[in-house]
Design a protein around this ligand. Structure first.
Ligand code: NDP
Ligand code: GDR
Length: 361
């Protein structure tokens, strides 16, 4: 039985990947951070009582900023595969916490690669690094592929650029089977609530049921290549099953703006919106003139990534991969899931309970 170790198992991708690897018969180990609140909601359905004699999912406390915890866990688990998905993954937050972001996102992968070396696991343990389309930043070529030059535009992207190259370097220097998946944005109902897609689906669903009045967004003109996280984690696994370690762009090859995302969601929720203005004055009102969507400049970034569009030809050619979920289905799945949650919250409040998180994001 193969053993996998996933950092970031409590995040969006970690949850989908853990599910996939368990289905494939792996023993799955995950690293979770100590938190004052429960932080395993996305994987609770996979959780097993640790008193079971042979659990298939085992969680360990650790942190990417703490070498000793990483070395101890890697030593204990002796994994065949490590998936480094853990990161301070929010671009906007990285401007507010640049040093911590560098520690977790750049030094974290270095610490894991060093753990592999220190423990003499170079020939045993394969390593996947969660690289990102943010590396392309100020784009030098459209669409972006594996050979497109990088131009990172945030502390997050700069940290991920170090991680990309340290992965390549340890592959070349020490023969470690290390791969970078350069993944374009991927979303799902499990997406964090402050990333733009989830903020939109959650916000509009709550507006639909009367729990929220307005949704405030930043740059509506930003364009992204959005895929489904469930499809993309399959690629993370596939990359480590190849004969040779390589880096791959994973994308859909289609692009939409933030505004188009909002409009698709509004249509699905039958919210009739009338749009007016441009830039900071752009807004959408309902038939009674209430502002439903407006721009708030506090969500603008000091340096923005305006447009990203991936060319996944190499993944198609070498791995035989094509994304399964069309954009329309992704949007529908996210809207339906958030509408269900909003309806549940509304019902609870109607019956005098306010047990759910009803904050506006
Ligand atoms: P999430 O933000 O949903 O998950 C991040 C995970 O990392 C969480 O489990 C989080 O733990 C954990 N984490 C954060 N800091 C640390 C730390 N210091 N030590 C250990 N664990 C930590 O991200 P996604 O699942 O969306 O993304 C997975 C990876 O892929 C990330 O590295 C991201 O940068 C990268 N990526 C994501 C893309 C996307 O579109 N989703 C595209 C390209 C790359 P906790 O739950 O406690 O916060
Ligand atoms: P991104 O995702 O920065 O691409 O990073 P995000 O959803 O945060 O932003 C996408 C685009 O939407 C614009 N935007 C807003 N973004 C947020 N979060 N909130 C808003 O209110 C808002 N309004 C407009 C942003 O300016 C941006 O242009 C994600 C993360 O998952 C990274 O970890 C990953 O590496 C990349 O995708 C690929």
């Amino acid at each position: 039985m193969k053993k996998a170790l996933i950092t970031g198992i409590t995040g969006q991708d970690g949850a989908y990947l853990a599910e996939l690897l368990l289905e494939k018969g792996y023993e799955v180990h995950g690293i979770k951070r100590r938190s004052s609140l429960f932080n395993t909601a996305r994987i609770d359905h996979l959780y097993e009582d640790p008193h079971n004699p042979h659990p298939k999912l085992i969680l360990h406390y650790g942190d990417l900023t703490d070498s000793s915890s990483l070395i101890h866990i890697v030593q204990k688990v002796q994994p065949d595969e490590i998936y480094n998905l853990g990161a301070q993954s929010h671009v906007q937050v990285s401007f507010e916490q640049p040093e911590y972001t560098a520690d977790a996102d750049a030094m974290g992968p270095l610490r894991l690669l060093e753990a592999i070396r220190i423990l003499g696991l170079e020939k045993k343990t394969k390593f996947y690094q969660a690289s990102t389309s943010e590396l392309y930043g100020l784009v030098q070529e459209i669409p972006q592929k594996e050979t497109t030059p990088f131009y990172p535009r945030s502390p997050y992207a700069v940290a991920k650029m170090y991680a990309f190259w340290i992965c390549v370097n340890y592959r070349e220097a020490y023969g470690i089977f290390a791969c970078n998946g350069i993944l374009f944005n991927h979303e799902s109902p499990l997406r964090g609530e402050t990333f733009v897609t989830r903020k939109i689906t959650r916000g509009l669903a709550r507006i639909k049921v009367g729990l929220q009045k307005s949704l405030f967004l930043g740059n509506m003109d930003a364009k992204r290549d959005w895929g489904h996280a469930r499809d993309y984690v399959e690629m993370q696994w596939m990359m480590l099953q190849q004969d040779e370690p390589q880096d791959f762009v994973i994308a859909t090859g289609e692009q939409y703006s933030v505004r188009e995302f909002v409009q698709r969601c509004a249509a699905l929720l039958e919210l009739e919106l009338t749009w007016s203005g441009t830039g900071v004055d752009e807004k959408a009102v309902d038939k009674d003139g209430n502002v439903v969507v407006a721009v708030d400049p506090r969500y603008f970034r000091p340096t923005e990534v305006e447009t990203l569009l991936g060319d996944p030809s190499k993944a198609k050619r070498v791995l035989g991969w094509t994304p399964r979920t069309p954009f329309s289905q992704l949007v529908k799945e996210m809207v339906e899931s958030d509408l269900k949650s909003a309806q549940r919250d509304a019902l609870a409040i109607q019956h005098g309970f306010d047990a759910y998180n009803v904050r506006e994001t």
